[in-house]
Design a protein around this ligand. Sequence first.
Ligand SMILES: [Zn+2]
Length: 89
Amino acid sequence: MICRAYRWEDLPSAKLAPAATSFAQIKTWRDIEILAGRPSGLLDYYRAHGLCIACQASGKRSTPVDWEGEVPLFEPCEVCAGTGKVTLN
Ligand SMILES: [Zn+2]
């Protein structure tokens, strides 16, 4: 079976601003939400920013499906099609 495998940096999710998923950005957002008495969990962060929860905005499935030399190749996340984002309702 032939699957579509990509380098992580070739997936659309690699174009997300790095700050969107940085630990510091998430912590700052959570601190603000806690002070405001609003839901402040990690899933709440993903929902609030339209990020894909299934792949944690990485755009890829967690395990490499192939290798290109020493570079792991991944299948795109099936929920967000590799974008790392989902449409907000
Ligand atoms: Zn995803």
